[in-house]
Design a protein around this ligand. Structure first.
Ligand code: BG6
Length: 476
């Protein structure tokens, strides 16, 4: 039987700079928002912008400072990706390696050189880099001086950063994502946009204004990217997962539609080029008045994305009745417990068919090629003395999701460019800062307190995924 996946399907894995690189002040890198987010009870208040800490102190532990030290291990790590047969490696560029303060007039050569080396290493093995331009980071100097994405000046700094990396890497990188999980801005505003709120500020207005600036910035650089290299493919990135209604009560169905629109709002603008009417009405009804300058709407209209990328870990569930059900965790989006689904150790509900449903919803809505750039199971692994982990639970999760993805392609005709499961090598968790929440095919010897040799070893899933890629998804 022929494979469901097209020739050249981009199998691979995904990471983000702050969760794996470490070397947080090496090579002239500047301090960035993610560097000041500690582990422990202060983590959530900092991530939501409720608690202001723009420096690091000795009382907290900051896992991004060393992470898994990919800064010094990238050759070894990319060689392991190549051994698995990766066709694609999704990584992010750390903004403050390139512009340490964000408003510097000239880029930092050491930072540029670091990513040159990474891309060269990938290309040596015919691995296509897929670059996230901003994965939850803003140079801290821009938070201090202009309030980060509260301020329109951010568009210019972001454009300068993008022009620099587009020109520098125009012959090495073809696929770019402008903002990781752009809808995360509404849920974790410090992570998503470097926003810190004062007591009397109108948070909703600030968040939607910041969203407007990011959307304009994204469209502007899409234009510039296509001018610099017409072969470039620019994608948006959504934290996806359809919201189900708790019952067939139309009130529940209506509520679930509203929840999905909160997220689709961003992609509606990036893919269709204009603010959807439901969003305009929502803002009107909530007294949110956006500062939109002449020319913004035209930029949005004329520079839509080439493809839609998204992360998918779980579906969500909601009810119109506020009293119903206990809340459970789910990638920051609060969701009810779905009695038909099992959950991970962190309460993220496992729903492979939900991936097929989500892919169909997104494809129906935008009719553009999709790219699944995150998916996976965060779990506690127990290695033997050689660092080998029998992670059948991970294999099982991925197998079911790849099968669902195959059905969406084969049975439903969804166009899919590639699949890069999250944390292909163990790395620091974004939501909790833990190391023990592992996603990787490659085990890294490091624990929650930062102890360990950083040695890398292959898990059972490493060999399994290698065979999946080798058979282009035929052997699961
Ligand atoms: C996505 C992010 O939200 O989920 C990643 O883009 C993150 O940065 C991933 O790591 C998994 O979440 P967590 O909290 O398990 O690391």
């Amino acid at each position: 039987m022929a494979s469901s996946f097209q020739k050249g399907f981009l199998w691979g894995g995904a990471t983000a700079a702050n969760q794996c690189e470490g070397g947080y002040l090496e090579g002239n890198k500047g301090l960035t928002t993610v560097d000041v987010i500690p582990v422990g009870k202060d983590r959530f208040p900092v991530m939501t912008g409720e608690m202001k800490t723009l420096i690091c102190d000795d009382d907290h532990y900051y896992p991004s400072h060393e992470a898994i030290d990919m800064y010094h291990h990238y050759k070894e790590d990319i060689a392991l990706f190549a051994e698995m047969g990766f066709k694609c490696f999704r990584l992010s560029i750390s903004w403050s390696r390139i512009f340490p303060n964000g408003d510097d007039l000239e880029p930092n050569e050491e930072g540029l050189k670091f990513y040159d080396d990474i891309f060269d290493e990938c290309l040596k093995y015919d691995i296509e880099p897929l670059v996230t331009i901003v994965h939850f980071d803003v140079p801290i100097h821009l938070v201090e001086t202009i309030g980060a994405w509260k301020n329109r000046k951010m568009i210019d700094y972001y454009v300068r950063y993008c022009e620099t990396i587009f020109n520098r890497y125009k012959n090495k990188v073809k696929y770019w994502l402008t903002f990781n999980e752009i809808n995360m801005l509404l849920h974790l505003p410090f992570i998503g946009a470097g926003l810190v709120f004062a007591k009397d500020e109108n948070k909703e207005t600030i968040k939607y204004q910041a969203a407007h600036y990011q959307l304009v910035a994204s469209a502007k650089v899409t234009k510039i990217a296509h001018e610099i290299n017409p072969q470039f493919k620019i994608g948006c990135m959504l934290a996806a997962g359809n919201t189900y209604a708790n019952t067939c009560n139309p009130k529940d169905v209506w509520k679930s539609m509203g929840k999905d629109r909160e997220s689709y709002f961003f992609i509606d603008v990036q893919s269709r080029g204009e603010y959807p009417n439901y969003a305009k009405k929502m803002m009107q009804n909530n007294g949110i008045v956006l500062q939109i300058e002449d020319g913004d709407e035209e930029v949005l209209k004329n520079n839509t994305v080439d493809f839609i990328s998204f992360s998918y870990y779980s579906s969500r569930l909601t009810s119109a009745d506020a009293k119903i059900g206990a809340q459970t965790e789910g990638n920051v989006f609060a969701t009810l417990k779905n009695p038909y689904l099992k959950a991970s150790e962190w309460g993220w509900q496992i729903d492979p068919l939900g991936l097929r449903i989500t892919m169909n919803s997104i494809y129906d809505r935008y009719q553009k090629p999709l790219f699944i750039v995150e998916n996976g199971l965060g779990a506690v692994d127990t290695p033997d003395k050689n660092g080998y982990v029998e992670d059948d639970y991970r294999i099982d999760y991925l197998r079911q999701h790849i099968k669902a993805m195959e059905d969406a392609v084969n049975e439903d005709g969804v166009e899919l460019m590639g699949y890069t499961p999250w944390g292909c090598i163990d790395l620091v968790s974004a939501s909790t800062g833990e190391m023990k929440k592992r996603y990787g095919f490659i085990y890294v010897d490091k624990d929650n307190d930062g102890k360990g040799t950083l040695a890398r070893s292959r898990k059972k899933s490493f060999y399994w995924y290698k065979n999946v890629i080798g058979s282009n998804g035929e052997e699961l």
